[in-house]
Design a binder for this molecule. Structure first.
Ligand code: BTN
Length: 266
């Protein structure tokens, strides 16, 4: 599989030399953390055929059946303070949408902050995890994880997700090559990693153009608490600016809340 992925690369992306394939693993993000703690370099890419404990944001699971999706993580080691990297998930989302467009021929969008969506359904997700040096406040490493549904039929998704999930092959009505999409994603992430700090504003503008949440009535969920608001805009770090029912605006960060559209998943 690794050789097939490498054959699909279109550029001399240096990350091809630090790319690892696992037939099955608990979670590529978890393994990436282990490798990063042992000194694995910037641009280490981990790809799995299946995950037994795929993880999503806010402690959720990510369904990762064998051979049906792309399950990929990259270790980044940007030289910056943690506050300078608050837009990382948004930048990754832009790269992921570009890769899907290039490899699969359709344009996905994003539900704030980390869901890749198409036709009101979830196509994939992003999980970014930062490790910060507590003495200096600088980033030791960031793990960027992306999962994309490629070949699932509706009945391949867990029952509770069947109303809200979609795969690439359902959209294109053709088999999707996870290897091709993996190569495109790796190349897009490499490009993104070079523009992450110098082109932050451009990346956030591109994200805004893809984000279906903006302008919508949303429900903010913090544990059991639900709050209704309107999603107005993003701030300069990718935080969501909302207007509450009392007319007051505030910015919410992705670590705190999950956002749903008023009338279902989006
Ligand atoms: C989400 O939907 O909340 C994020 C899903 C992220 C899934 C990817 S699959 C590769 C990497 N490994 C994981 O365990 N999670 C991410």
């Amino acid at each position: 599989m690794k050789q097939e992925i490498l054959r699909y690369f279109q550029t001399e992306c240096p990350w091809r030399d630090t790319l690892y394939w696992y037939d099955t693993i608990d979670s590529t993000n978890t393994e990436a953390k282990r490798l990063a703690k042992n000194g694995a370099p910037h641009g280490t890419v981990l790809i799995a055929g299946s995950q037994s404990a795929g993880r999503g944001r806010l402690g959720r699971q990510f369904s990762s059946p064998g051979g049906m999706g792309v399950y990929l993580s990259v270790i980044l080691r940007p030289a910056c303070a943690a506050e300078e990297l608050m837009h990382l998930t948004c930048a990754v989302a832009v790269a992921a949408c570009n890769a899907v467009k290039a490899a699969c021929g359709f344009q996905p969008q994003v539900k704030w902050i980390n869901d890749l969506v198409y036709a009101n359904r979830k196509l994939g997700g992003i999980l970014t995890e930062l490790s910060v040096n507590s003495a200096t406040g600088t980033v030791d490493h960031a793990i960027v994880g992306i999962g994309i549904n490629c070949l699932q039929k509706q009945t391949d998704f867990p029952v509770e997700l069947q109303d809200m999930a979609i795969s690439v092959s359902q959209i294109t009505n053709a088999p999707c090559s996870p290897a091709l999409l993996t190569a495109a994603l790796t190349e897009a992430l490499f490009e993104m990693s070079n523009s992450l700090l110098p082109q932050k504003a451009d990346l956030l503008n591109a994200y805004k153009g893809l984000c279906i949440t903006l302008g919508k009535d949303v429900v903010l969920m913090r544990g059991e608490e639900k709050r209704y608001a309107v999603a107005l805009d993003l701030d300069e770090n990718g935080g969501l600016i909302i207007r509450n029912a009392d007319g007051m605006s505030e910015t919410v960060s992705s670590g705190e809340v999950s956002v749903r559209g008023m009338y279902g998943y989006l």
